[in-house]
Design a protein around this ligand. Structure first.
Ligand SMILES: [Zn+2]
Length: 419
């Protein structure tokens, strides 16, 4: 019989999809790596063979699904400051330890899922996933990305951290090679990014033929395509060609919205809103992102457009998944849940809806039974003091975090709470 754990005296937030759900008194029984039972009130212990069940009393703490971030860069070390090429050239053994520290930070922050959005050394995500799954280091479930993929003359072309495809055939080969190496989320640049002045956000790279080929090839390998797309034309192209995650989607027009609506069931938008907010709010100023540079980037307008666009997406039932480029010094690793606060404060989502973007929506995206506290689902759970549906910032507070479970095992236990 597999080991059983009873999480007792919890306030359970199941994340079943109700946008107004509040935590309710309950117990959660885990059997091996899965959730076996979720009760209202106390579970009757006489039904359990007590000797083989470990009982953990959480004293009224909230138990919710572990959180997920759909736009992660675990290659960016904890002390990262823009030096992509320096990290790419670092000795791999030294760099691997930096990556281990980052993935530990993810799980200690309540994140049990990280979807890669581009690495700096080709195998970073794949190696980290394998080391975590083998139990060598603590970390979240990882959907690995590879090096970024761009096209000639465009953002990233010529950098040691990107691969370049000139046409559909070359792109198909790159995607196939990445998938063979274990990548499951291939990331393509299909638009510019105002922060790099030569590459405005509205620029469009690649074309329908290339994207269609990439999607087909990834699908053949059980993988999917994600894109960096800031402008509306790039967003519309990604939607109609079968891309699974559209990152940023800052500018939307009617065409883009229509294309997104048509793909409502198998496409997710990952905004990276806190990153934009932090840049525009001057948080990056100490690292050289002066107000003049922010003006030149167009990010002030992009933030306003993003907020407006996210409201439209939400109203149209297009699923937003939380995520967003954390790992700069002004959006430090470990502060990932600040993204959810922005959805509440800037977009107007209920705190529960913001939490759903980091939990329930992640399950169908990666095709796994995660993101809900529900019998049969994998026991990836977060235990926090306080009610995040009342105050979303509860999720950002390390001292409120009691424990994180992954696959039914404790991946993190707060030493201050459980000495
Ligand atoms: Zn990114």
């Amino acid at each position: 019989m597999s080991p059983r754990t009873l999480i007792r005296n919890a306030r359970v937030l199941t994340c079943d999809g109700d946008p107004h759900e509040r935590p309710a008194d309950g117990d959660v029984l885990l059997d091996g790596d899965r959730i076996a039972h979720v009760s209202r009130g106390r579970l009757d212990l006489t039904e359990l063979s007590a000797s083989s069940t470990r009982v953990v009393d959480v004293h009224g703490a909230t138990v919710l699904p572990g959180l997920g971030d759909a736009h992660t860069h675990i290659s960016w070390p904890l002390d990262f400051v823009f030096d992509h090429n320096g990290v790419a050239a670092a000795p791999p053994h030294r760099h691997a330890l930096d990556v281990a520290a980052v993935v530990r930070t993810f799980v200690e922050s309540g994140y049990t899922l990280a979807i890669g959005a581009g690495v700096l050394q080709p195998q970073d995500d794949v190696l980290a996933r394998d080391a975590i799954d083998a139990g060598l280091i603590p970390g979240p479930r990882i959907v690995p990305s590879g090096l970024l993929i761009t096209s000639p003359g465009n953002l990233g072309d010529g950098a040691p951290t990107a691969l370049t495809a000139a046409n559909a055939k070359e792109l198909r080969e790159i995607v196939a090679r990445q998938c063979d190496a274990g990548v499951r989320a291939c990331k393509l640049f299909i638009s510019g990014d105002g922060i790099v002045p030569d590459f405005p956000s509205e620029d469009v790279y690649m074309d329908d033929e290339m994207l269609t080929a990439a999607v087909e090839e990834a699908d053949r390998h059980g993988a999917f395509i994600t894109v960096h797309a800031r402008g509306s034309v790039a967003v519309a192209m990604a939607a109609r060609t079968g891309v699974r995650i559209i990152h940023h989607a800052c500018f939307l027009d009617d065409t883009a919205l229509r294309e997104l609506e048509a793909r409502r069931d198998d496409l997710w938008v990952c905004p990276g809103l806190h990153y934009l907010y932090a840049m525009v709010s001057g948080h990056a100023d100490p690292w050289g992102m002066t107000p003049e540079k922010i003006d030149a980037s167009g990010y002030r307008g992009e933030l306003a457009a993003s907020i407006d666009g996210l409201r439209q997406l939400h109203a149209a039932g297009i699923r937003i998944v939380a995520g967003g480029d954390f790992g700069h010094q002004w959006t430090h690793h470990g502060t990932y849940a600040a993204e959810l606060q922005r959805y509440v404060e800037l977009v107007g989502l209920t705190p529960t809806e913001a939490i759903l973007s980091a939990t329930r929506h992640m399950g169908p995206l990666i095709g796994a039974d995660i993101g809900q506290v529900r019998p049969g689902y994998l026991a990836d759970l977060l235990v926090v003091d306080g009610d995040p549906t009342e105050d979303i910032t509860v999720l950002q507070s390390p001292e409120r975090r009691r424990a994180v479970l992954r696959n039914g095992s404790f991946a993190y236990v707060n030493p201050e709470v459980y000495p």
